[in-house]
Design a protein around this ligand. Structure first.
Ligand code: SF4
Ligand code: SF4
Length: 398
């Protein structure tokens, strides 16, 4: 069993309650939605221990507990003060045990990985539709700097992705793009425990990138960023890929710091920022997005009550958006309540999955406002895009 390698950590859980929070509701989105002790990190450690001792078996009844984790890392952050248990890696190992023991996993999770295998993206889009955002943009094949949007930014946010690329190009980045050759980064495999093809997938993709002479990847998606920066090296037994991987949070700050564009148009709005789990808690990228927003003229920046390492998940993580859409929506609704408290006019973030789930939260709350990527705010201030995109009644065609 995969969890055996984490035996020491599993037994180190002292049931201190830091991970679930003392009111049960403000930390872990899984217990927020499911309300069972077994839906918390410490509950999962008890389940893992019972499985290791032969007192419990993986079964379909357990699937909702193990696959209903948003992998937001809030518990892991709290456990740093207690037993330093890597709950995320243990959850991934449990999901892998499910698959390897042939126990039924949530159908939508199994389908998601199968869709990537058959179509190359999580939406089963034909390439022409998937890459429609790139229409009328020019790329420099072989430039060495690959723009890698990932499935969500390609399929769901065509206008935002188009604006981001225009901003990067205006700042002087010579971007390559794989076009019809672009495939999913592979994250659906490891979040659903389907690791059997993951190594071959990563190997083949790295080969493709190297044959294109890619030296650097720039991606707006935290999952793609971590896939190339963490999962690929892990799967391929390397310390690092021979390619530099950068999330847009770093590149956009570089544009500001190196004055690659002139941000002369004020954005006179009260704005707050949602920390995506996979760049925040996973990678400690908290300051760059805030530094960018604070450098744009006119912005009144305000924080949500739960921010940085204490930020509440958007509800889009761990594959839950697809496997448990109702839970995912409830978490988004809760995060939108944090936004409303701030009385801000706009919500920004820097992750397509967060943008999608929080936008769904706005629809549900029937609020007249928008979730904007930080790149869109920069593009308005640099005069590359009309400021109408900041208005609540603006509705992009995609
Ligand atoms: S914070 Fe860590 S040690 Fe404490 S109950 Fe949670 S998993 Fe166990
Ligand atoms: S990763 Fe997030 S959702 Fe999963 S158990 Fe930890 S706090 Fe809860």
């Amino acid at each position: 069993m995969r969890i055996e390698q984490y035996k020491d950590m599993i037994y180190a859980c002292g049931r201190c309650e830091f991970c679930r929070g003392f009111d049960y509701n403000d930390r872990c989105p899984e217990i927020f939605t499911q309300h069972w002790e077994s839906s918390t990190a410490r509950g999962r450690m008890a389940i893992a221990r019972a499985i290791l001792e032969g007192n419990l078996e993986y079964s379909e009844d357990l699937a909702e507990r193990i696959f209903g984790c948003f992998m937001c890392g809030r518990c892991r952050e709290e456990c740093k003060k207690a037993a330093q248990i890597d709950v995320i890696e243990i959850t991934k190992a449990m999901r892998q045990d499910f698959v390897e023991q042939g126990v039924q996993i949530p159908e939508a999770g199994a389908n998601m990985a199968a869709t990537v295998t058959s179509s190359g993206n999580i939406f089963a889009d034909p390439p022409k539709e998937h890459n429609r955002w790139a229409k009328e943009l020019e790329f420099k094949e072989g430039s060495g700097t690959l723009f890698y949007p990932g499935c969500l930014a390609s399929h769901r946010f065509k206008e935002k992705t188009n604006i981001l690329v225009r901003l990067l190009q205006a700042a002087g980045y010579r971007l390559d793009f794989l076009g019809d050759d672009q495939k999913c980064c592979g994250t659906p495999y490891w979040v659903t425990g389907k690791m059997e093809n993951a190594k071959e997938y990563a190997e083949a993709y790295l080969k493709k990138l190297q044959s294109r002479r890619v030296k650097e990847i720039i991606t707006p998606c935290p999952s793609c960023f971590r896939a190339f920066d963490e999962e690929y090296p892990h799967l391929l037994g390397m310390e690092k890929l021979p390619i530099r991987i950068r999330h847009t949070s770093e590149v956009l700050l570089e544009i500001i710091d190196q004055k690659k564009l002139n941000f002369k148009y004020p954005v006179n709005k009260k704005i707050t920022y949602h920390d995506p789990c996979e760049i925040g808690r996973y990678r400690d990228i908290y300051d760059p997005p805030r530094a960018i927003l604070n450098s744009i003229p006119g912005i009144e920046f305000t924080e949500m009550s739960r921010n940085r390492e204490h930020a509440f998940c958007c509800g889009g993580g761990g594959g839950c958006k697809i496997m448990f859409p109702d839970y995912s929506q409830r978490v988004a609704d809760e995060r939108i309540r944090d936004f409303v408290e701030t009385e801000a006019e706009l919500l920004t973030t820097i992750c397509p999955a967060c943008e999608m789930n929080l936008t769904h939260g706005f629809y549900e709350a029937d609020l007249d406002t928008r979730v904007l990527d930080i790149a869109e705010i920069m593009a308005v201030s640099a005069g590359l895009v009309d400021s109408e995109i900041l208005e609540s009644d603006y509705f992009p065609e995609d």
